[in-house]
Design a protein around this ligand. Structure first.
Ligand code: AMP
Length: 316
């Protein structure tokens, strides 16, 4: 029996954080041999915010190094960048023509931007259509993401159903894959870890950065267990050993933070060192991306031939 298809991606908008890792990226690695996996770098999506050539190039290479450093094996996973599959933009346009404006106005990312009084660009508004194209063009069965992306996978399903109803059956219906325990990883202030809240612990942080971030975790005085420290620590230890540690060091916030620093360093240091080693030969790493792009492009083209025919765009 052939393996099910897994697809997911990360936007190259800066350094990934521990929330990205536990919420999504770690699953990419853990599931890589169980599924036929396609993991991409969402550079077209990043253009909604990153509008500087050098920054986008560096960020994209950065995510590639991140993927390899966390343990994605190009022998089992197709790693590619979104812009190497321009068919996704073509498919997103077709989806745009089937989707109503009020429907997309209900998307969280757009609503958040409006609520924060930002003036959203059309790319941000249309983000869910491009994401639907990313997923559906590769026939994905499952999409490992954090809770914040669940709605976007649901939009992809709705869009596939709508297309199939109007034209003919072309798409598989994808499922989000969300782990309950890490659906929303909290940041140093207890809110969702996010670059926009400035509450992150970078995934490839230096020792000093880890110390600074952990010492800055907001603690509520009085309680035996500093909740925000415990919540991040719960990512790194099983419940039994964690509870024993917190019982032993009841009320000692500084000590507990030091223990968290120790555990974070033990997790981050080997990955950071692997990333540094990979960085020594960037051109070899870029070859992986190039090769993955060819594979993803070929699959997408096959699917688009089917779509173009179904829509009436293919006359010869
Ligand atoms: P992005 O860089 O926005 O493309 O996010 C990459 C992945 O990380 C997506 O699947 C997000 O859902 C996930 N993610 C981002 N922040 C968190 C968080 N605080 N907790 C859990 N997952 C997250």
């Amino acid at each position: 029996m052939s393996k099910k298809i897994l697809l997911s991606g990360v936007k190259p908008t800066g350094r990934p954080h521990v929330g990205n890792y536990f919420g999504a990226m770690k699953q990419f690695v853990e599931l890589q041999s169980q599924y036929e996996s396609y993991i991409f770098i969402a550079d077209l999506h990043a253009l909604t915010t990153v509008q500087n050539r050098q920054e986008l190039e560096e960020n994209t290479t950065g995510v590639l190094l991140d993927y390899m450093a966390i343990g994605l094996d190009p022998k089992s996973v197709t790693i590619y960048k979104q812009s190497d599959v321009p068919q996704v933009a073509e498919l997103a346009w077709i989806f745009n023509c089937l989707t109503t404006v009020p429907y997309l106005e209900r998307a969280h990312a757009y609503k958040d931007a409006v609520a924060n009084k930002k003036e959203p660009n059309v790319g941000l508004f249309d983000y869910p259509m491009l994401m639907a194209a990313d997923i559906l063009i590769q026939d994905a069965d499952v999409v490992p993401v954090g809770q914040d992306q669940k709605q976007h996978v649901e939009i992809a399903r709705d869009t596939a159903e709508k297309f199939d109803r109007i034209f003919q059956k072309c798409f598989k219906l994808p499922e989000p894959l969300i782990l309950d325990t890490v659906a929303t990883v909290p940041g140093t202030d207890g809110r969702k870890m996010s670059k926009s809240y400035n509450n992150t612990i970078p995934l490839f942080a230096s020792d000093e950065e880890i110390e600074k971030a952990v010492m800055g975790i907001v603690t509520d005085s009085g309680a035996d267990v500093p909740e925000n420290v415990y919540a991040i620590h719960a990512l790194l230890r099983d419940r039994v050993s964690l509870d024993a540690l917190y019982a032993e060091n009841k009320g000692q916030y500084k000590k507990l933070k030091e223990l968290l620093i120790e555990d974070l360093k033990a997790m981050i240091t080997p990955m950071r060192e692997r990333r540094q080693a990979l960085e020594e030969d960037k051109s070899a790493v870029l070859e992986v991306l190039k090769a993955g792009g060819l594979v993803a492009h070929e699959r997408a083209e096959k699917k688009m031939e089917e779509v173009r025919k179904a829509v009436g765009l293919k006359l010869y």
